[in-house]
Design a protein around this ligand. Structure first.
Ligand code: SF4
Length: 72
């Protein structure tokens, strides 16, 4: 079952509480993802452009634990 990091802002994308802190998504789209006080990724802002959306979708595909939810 997917449990979102509660720090995520509401919207299409969210990071799982099971994030393993690889920092891939944070490094790939720092405009969207950040690390919380536990070093886990969360969505600080939903993507604001097609470019950011494309980058986030790449992260959805490449997160090693499939830990980024896409509600679309
Ligand atoms: S890519 Fe996945 S495991 Fe890595 S920091 Fe992002 S949410 Fe966590």
């Amino acid at each position: 079952m997917f449990v979102a990091n509660p720090s995520c802002v509401p919207g299409r994308f969210a990071n799982s509480q099971n994030c393993v802190r690889c920092e891939l998504c944070v490094n790939h789209v720092p405009e969207v993802f950040a690390l919380d006080s536990h070093g886990k990724a969360y969505v600080k802002m939903q993507p604001q452009s097609q470019v950011e959306l494309s980058l986030v979708l790449q992260c959805v595909e490449t997160c090693p634990i499939s830990g980024i939810r896409d509600l679309k």
